[in-house]
Design a protein around this ligand. Structure first.
Ligand SMILES: Nc1ncnc2c1ncn2[C@@H]1O[C@H](COP(=O)(O)OP(=O)(O)OP(=O)(O)O)[C@@H](O)[C@H]1O
Length: 295
């Protein structure tokens, strides 16, 4: 498949803040990646330097094999959808769409028109006067209809209602299936995007703490629910990401898949195995990283 984006040793400092700290990560081509992390972790900073909206203080970036900064060869293949997108003062949606049509060589106007109808983007309202959700819809439509080889969505759902968010996920996935490309989606609604993303990149305090295919990640941990002594027996010797006691019952999330012998024992002990949601896993792994970082 190959690499679409390669980031080597990238640091971005803002005065006293180090937003990105020696980040090295690559994003495989034609895949949907989730870029996850807590507030202020460095997601927007990373996307900004990759899309050449910003310059790294140190390090090297290649997008489709080229340095993106001031590079007319590669920039038309990169689309960055973010909340604080600037439009000129009296721009209406069709102005933004026309500008995108000129900027992106793979632009699909028919798809844009269809999406504008489905998202109910008002035709006559200036973007500045639109509701937050309507403005987000304009960005999301540009992100999908541009069909840019590399597309970033930075928390694209701000203000979108549940119906519009579902529409976004469905249309993105449909279009991606027909026109595979590299998509990086940053979101706090991890379980909502869990079925979309194939790879997770988790960033915390400017450092990459995890970069793993979702399937592999799901097998990383299980939650055991049962009698406290039984759960303790299975959890013994494993790294426990989280545990709760409920009277004589306990619930523990442990790292590592269970082998056949352990699975038999789990049955004998009448323990329920509950799959861990991606969101849970990300929260627990971030907490673990923070604990280790504090040591
Ligand atoms: N222009 C800037 N000037 C100064 N500090 C900045 C600037 N942009 C980002 N930072 C700082 O860099 C760090 C990373 O911010 P960034 O916006 O990349 O985080 P994020 O992961 O996108 O957060 P969120 O999920 O809240 O959007 C934060 O501590 C932030 O305060």
């Amino acid at each position: 498949m190959g690499t679409a984006i390669d980031v080597r040793g990238v640091t971005r400092r803002y005065r006293s803040t180090t937003a990105l700290d020696q980040v090295s990560v690559s994003f495989e081509k034609d895949m949907i990646h989730g870029l996850l992390g807590r507030n202020g972790a460095g997601k927007t900073s990373l996307m900004s330097v990759i899309t050449a909206q910003d310059w790294p203080s140190e390090g090297e970036i290649r997008v489709l094999g080229h340095r993106p900064q001031e590079n007319e060869q590669v920039l038309p293949n990169i689309c960055f959808v973010r909340e604080e997108q600037q439009y000129f003062d009296d721009a209406k949606a069709h102005h933004a769409f026309r500008a995108a049509a000129m900027a992106f060589p793979n632009w699909d106007q028919e798809l844009c028109d269809r999406l504008a109808e489905e998202f109910r983007v008002p035709e006559k309202t200036r973007i500045k006067k639109m509701s937050r959700g309507q403005r987000s819809a304009v960005g999301v439509i540009i992100g999908i209809a541009s069909r840019a080889e590399v597309t970033f969505f930075d928390e694209p759902y701000m203000g979108l209602d549940a119906v519009a968010r579902q529409l976004f996920y469905d249309r993105l996935l449909e279009d991606y299936a027909q026109h595979p490309r590299t998509i990086v989606l940053s979101s706090h609604l991890i379980d909502e995007i869990a079925h979309l993303i194939e790879n997770v990149v988790l960033i915390d305090r400017g450092r990459i703490i995890l970069d793993e295919p979702v399937e592999q990640l799901r097998d990383r941990a299980v939650t055991l629910v049962g009698r406290a002594d039984a759960v303790a027996e299975i959890a013994a010797g494993r790294e426990v990401l989280h545990e709760e006691a409920m009277g004589r019952m306990a619930r523990a999330t442990v790292l590592g898949a269970l082998d056949d012998g352990e699975r038999r024992r789990v049955e004998e002990l009448d323990i329920d195995i509950v799959p861990v949601s991606l969101q849970q896993l990300v929260v627990r792994l971030t907490a673990r990283e923070q604990k280790e970082g504090a040591r």
